[in-house]
Design a protein around this ligand. Structure first.
Ligand SMILES: [Zn+2]
Length: 569
């Protein structure tokens, strides 16, 4: 095997020109074929590209890791049903690769990768694995139902990680790279390899590992800025360095994976693309470990709006971005900041008189893209209590939902209840209602009924009927205010040690009859979960949000404790 020596690091030079490598032509061919035939195996590549697709525009593959890295956000966790809903939306939106989880981490993770593999029609489904054989075999097993499965295996390569985390010598790490990629490649034909903490890795060693991984069969090489340390010029130079110095680099797609600790995740990813990377790993709303990952919607819209300077296409239907943002925000119970680029509530709001005046004359005065291009429409008055099932189904379709018969009937019943309480039902109400319905999925604990006495004359009192594993129990508790009384009642029926970390209420729409959307975050033994619920009654929403968090905690309890092998890649 050819290897790099420290003494002669610069033996080969390759021309660095974004998008000219052979692998890129292969991606273009694959994608052309995939979009036409809905399949991606070798034989489909014979489909001829049309004139448009042979234009000198490169494709950048969008690798979404909302379900894996995103779910590692402190406090974010999704149930299986929620993950399936997100996966189906990502697939419909045109995401190229969906990283669905880390199968060895827990039975829940394994199940979700397996179930996502079954429902995804177009995207490659990816499972994460450390370098050990058990991890890789478990990932392959979870991916078995996938039409196109990918194993993403990784190991740390930086001096600080190798010494303290892995306690391995560099040569042993290199051996592990070869062994892990070879094993993965024996199980699936699509393998991605990542040197964790790549941006703090010695360049010569990085080159040796990348070359070895490609030789062992990796077809995607991901370069993670695991700790969010790099800056755009440095990261671009790192990608260019690999393209120059690794002799077999044209046999793999280079990928970016940037964290946002310095707020540079998107800028770094785009610098990587400019230097020749052709896959970007990102998440909806930029959720992820610590300060998060590169935001998918920002990457995609930056490439679209500034195509003049970055002539790279993605396969994303951008009109679905707002919907994806709302869904992920709702299932993780992570609110989107008002001034968030692309999908924030204020992203297209013009406050100052001068701006408003300009917009009325011509919207190009202050708008670089239209709200419609990212799927933001004015919240419209949709329906009232006389609207029928057919109209409701049509509205759901328009909002991007395709519910099964039972879920549809449940959602319709709740819509009727809501329309009785609330005169005007807006799009946002329906989104909140359906997402709320989906979140209830397979919960062990459910709120059956709640009656609360509130007011200035205490003590406030809550009478709660809770169903736990099919058994109903009723208690009455007092508390320091109605919310406290309600939560005390939950604790009386289902005793637990979790601590309440956050309680947050916001209105879904305007008006005093608006639905309240409540988020509750609980912490137990270092694990945090967030539950969310919507109802026109703030206290009912509070009880259901708390119970939703408890249900998530029960799922999370079974997740394996982190070991030295577990990474945050
Ligand atoms: Zn990460």
């Amino acid at each position: 095997m050819r290897s790099f020596s420290l003494a002669a690091p610069e033996r080969r030079y390759r021309k660095v020109e974004a998008g000219s490598q052979g692998m890129q032509d292969k991606i273009n061919r694959d994608r052309t074929a995939d979009r036409r035939t809905g399949a991606g195996d070798e034989k489909d590549r014979t489909v001829t590209a049309n004139a448009d697709e042979t234009m000198p525009h490169d494709n950048v593959l969008i690798f979404d890791t909302t379900l894996r890295d995103g779910e590692q956000s402190p406090g974010a966790s999704m149930t299986l049903d929620e993950k399936l809903l997100v996966a189906e939306l990502l697939d419909a939106m045109g995401v190229d690769v969906i990283e669905a989880g880390f199968p060895i981490a827990s039975n829940g993770d394994f199940e979700s990768v397996r179930e996502v593999s079954k429902v995804v029609k177009n995207a490659v489904v990816c499972g994460l694995a450390r370098a050990g054989a058990k991890d890789i075999e478990r990932a392959a097993e979870a991916l078995q139902p996938a039409q196109r499965g990918r194993i993403h295996t990784f190991i740390s390569t930086s001096p600080v990680h190798m010494k303290h985390k892995l306690q391995m010598e560099p040569e042993a790490v290199l051996d592990a790279v070869i062994a892990s990629v070879s094993l993965a490649r024996n199980l699936v034909d699509n393998v991605e390899w990542s040197p964790e903490d790549a941006t703090r890795t010695d360049h010569d060693f990085l080159c040796r590992c990348v070359e070895a991984a490609i030789k062992a069969g990796a077809t995607t090489i991901n370069i993670p800025d695991t700790v969010g340390y790099t800056i755009p010029s440095e990261y671009g130079a790192l990608i260019a360095m690999l393209r120059e110095r690794v002799p077999n680099i044209d046999r793999a797609v280079i990928s970016t994976h940037c964290h946002n600790d310095l707020g540079l995740a998107v800028a770094n990813s785009l610098a990587g693309v400019a230097a020749g990377a052709r896959q970007v790993e990102c998440t909806i709303n930029g959720i992820g470990e610590r300060a998060g990952n590169a935001a998918l919607e920002e990457i995609v819209m930056a490439l679209k709006v500034r195509r003049d300077l970055m002539p790279y296409d993605t396969g994303i239907d951008t009109t679905m971005l707002a919907r994806a943002s709302k869904l992920v925000s709702s299932v993780t119970a992570f609110p989107v900041q008002y001034n968030k680029a692309i999908v924030g509530q204020n992203a297209f709001a013009h406050e100052s008189g001068i701006h408003q005046d300009g917009m009325l004359k011509n919207n190009q005065t202050y708008e670089i893209m239209t709200p419609e291009s990212v799927g933001i429409t004015k919240s419209s008055l949709v329906m009232g209590k006389h609207s029928g099932r057919h109209a409701f189904r049509e509205k759901l379709r328009e909002l991007g939902y395709d519910l099964g018969q039972n879920a549809m009937q449940d959602a319709f019943n709740r819509f009727k209840d809501l329309a009785d309480k609330k005169k005007h039902v807006f799009d946002d109400d329906i989104v909140a209602l359906v997402d709320d319905e989906v979140a209830r999925g397979n919960d062990r604990i459910r709120v059956a009924s709640l009656r609360v006495i509130a007011g200035s004359e205490g003590p406030q009192e809550a009478t709660l009927d809770l169903v736990v594993d099919g058994v109903s129990e009723k208690v009455t508790c007092t508390g320091d205010g109605p919310v406290d009384a309600t939560f005390n009642a939950i604790k009386a029926i289902f005793p637990h040690d979790a601590r309440l970390q956050l309680y947050q209420v916001h209105a879904v729409t305007a008006g005093t009859d608006a639905q309240a959307e409540v988020s509750v975050r609980l912490e137990e033994a270092g694990k945090t979960v967030t539950g969310r619920a919507a109802d026109t009654d703030t206290l009912v929403a509070s009880a259901r949000a708390y119970v939703s968090a408890l249900n998530k905690l029960l799922v999370k309890r079974e997740k394996a404790a982190p070991s030295a092998w577990v990474a945050s890649s």
